[in-house]
Design a protein around this ligand. Structure first.
Ligand code: URA
Length: 246
């Protein structure tokens, strides 16, 4: 995104906007190695090489943390060779290159975090962190007490036993049941596979909570910025081997 040079210089903490104007008119500012003296000239901090007195201007990268209510029918990737919609298609006016933290299946809805802060993303996604995620699941058929006990204690999947989960029946309908499942692992299609392993095909799946953050009140496709405090509290909501390192 192009911005006026004096704005860029003040954002980078080089000087006030007024003082930046003097730097420009005095011929001390270069863009891609060319001196720029015209006030109002624009540059793009992502693409252009800006320097003052020959020293490159390092722009502190804004770290952003986004909470998206992912609709079904979107891939949690940054590109899809088959041309299906991807989650970043839903983001408007976010010039930063953000990536998803973990993934939700194409047909899973709900809470997805995106960021450009690689360290934060890695901490959250690290299995040792054991951050709880809560899913609302609509399964076909009736859920028995045995189903609940098995899902709660652990299910044998082809990649091993699942860790204990919290399972609650929310609503019993004529041909299906809504349950909520809280897990701290994040294996591939874990909730679907857990339910299928006890004979309960998943009809609908939505992640509604991640650590202490919920998507309550957000429509599908809606997103918002997390505050820095919320982003930090998410790290703290895990068991977290990193806690003492901060
Ligand atoms: N478990 C699943 O089966 N799918 C998801 O998208 C997330 C958790």
């Amino acid at each position: 995104m192009e911005e006026r040079l004096q704005k860029i210089l003040s954002k980078a903490g080089i000087s006030s906007r007024r003082a930046a104007e003097s730097l420009i008119t005095e011929g001390r500012v270069t863009v891609n190695e060319e001196i720029v003296t015209l006030l109002g000239s624009k540059a793009d901090i992502e693409k252009d090489k800006i320097a003052v007195d020959g020293k490159p201007v390092i722009f502190p990268k804004r770290k952003i943390y986004l909470l998206l209510n992912k609709p079904a029918g979107y891939m949690t990737t940054l590109s899809d060779p088959d041309g299906r919609p991807i989650v970043t298609d839903l983001l408007k006016n976010i010039p930063e290159r953000v990536f998803p933290v973990g993934r939700l299946d194409f047909n899973t809805e709900g809470l997805l975090l995106l960021t450009n802060d690689g360290e934060w993303g890695n901490r959250l996604a690290h299995p040792s962190n054991e951050i709880e995620k809560e899913y609302y699941v609509k399964v076909r058929g009736l859920v028995t007490k045995e189903n609940i006990t098995t899902l709660t204690n652990g299910v044998k999947l082809d990649d091993g036993w699942t860790a204990p989960a919290k399972v609650v029946v929310n609503a019993v309908l004529a041909k299906s049941t809504w349950i909520s499942i809280t897990i701290h692992e994040g294996r591939y299609r874990q909730v679907r596979r857990m339910c299928e392993a006890v004979g309960l095909p998943v009809v609908k799946l939505s992640r509604i909570k991640y650590g202490n953050i919920t998507i309550e009140g957000m429509k599908p496709g809606e997103y918002r910025f997390l505050t820095v405090a919320e982003a930090a509290s998410l790290i703290d909501s895990g068991r977290n081997v990193y806690k003492n390192k901060r």
